[in-house]
Design a protein around this ligand. Sequence first.
Ligand code: NAP
Length: 322
Amino acid sequence: MSVQPIFNRLALIGTGLIGSSIARAARAQGAARSIVATARSAATRRRVAELGLAGQVVETNAAAAEGADLVIVCVPVGACGAVAREIGPHLQPGTIVSDVGSVKGSVLRAMSPHLPAGVHFVPAHPVAGTEHSGPDAGFAELFVGRWCILTPPANVDQAAVERLAAFWRLIGANVEIMSAEHHDLVLGITSHLPHLIAYTIVGTADELGQVTRSEVLQFSAGGFRDFTRIAASDPTMWRDVFLHNKEAVLEMLGRFNEDLSMLTRAIRRGDGDTLFEQFTRTRAIRRGIVDIGQDSPAPDFGRPHPDLPHEPLPRPYAVDDK
Ligand code: NAP
């Protein structure tokens, strides 16, 4: 069954992990009649063309915005304001402008003043990603079953919000609508603080002596390696996230430090009850995430495990073995 395209001309400004995934998914689902893409560097634009991610790859943000009825800005949050200033004069009335930034309040403040009347600005954040960057890292299924949060300003045209929501649903996402301030607080605890903790713990381990450091890598399956995946995330993107969601991150960090002190005290005093209660509570949260389908129930994140090196031992201990 063929689907009616929701947009005529989709412009992607920035074609890294997120922009290229939108391009792939929109093409696969026929969400737009045509796709035009651009990126900051000639090297990325060339790669986008080689990969065939868009019908047209253009050199400037202004050229991409020209004639588009949906423009999605997929660059680091610190660059969104400058992009809006560049594209503003080239947008046609009725165009929907959106973004994918991991912070919403500062993007709203940075982009809004540059967008002309008659253009509908509906900021968005797909809560989906990996630790990889660039156009080769994207894939069409990235958003399937993940949430895309829209943070429309109060006065925005509801039909535009619904049209953008339909676009995200067509490429597999679930859509939630909330205010930019609320988004920044929620993501502060669910995404930004965990990244800060991962960057810290991996950095701390790296500062240990050379011998110990090699052991940290060797025995990383004890827990450390799961932090290293998050700590491998793009430095530019995450620098911008912390600079632009400063208030919410500092608020969450304050609470985190208090809780960490509480656990530190419990360990020092040998207070097993406090530790046990806390760990029981957090185990239930993990089970809740699995129950609502936001992660796999397979042990160890579903990593495949190698076979035993030799024939399995006979199992005289198993009652139902013949
Ligand atoms: P990415 O793979 O590094 O791609 C970034 C794109 O933006 C590239 O095309 C890059 O062009 C361009 N760009 C970089 N700096 C720029 C600047 N100063 N001005 C104009 N263009 C610039 O990044 P990404 O992971 O797709 O992230 C893009 C946005 O998505 C960010 O706002 C991020 O917060 C948000 N986001 C990321 C994730 C995630 O997990 N990665 C998840 C959800 C949302 P060149 O290649 O030519 O430099």
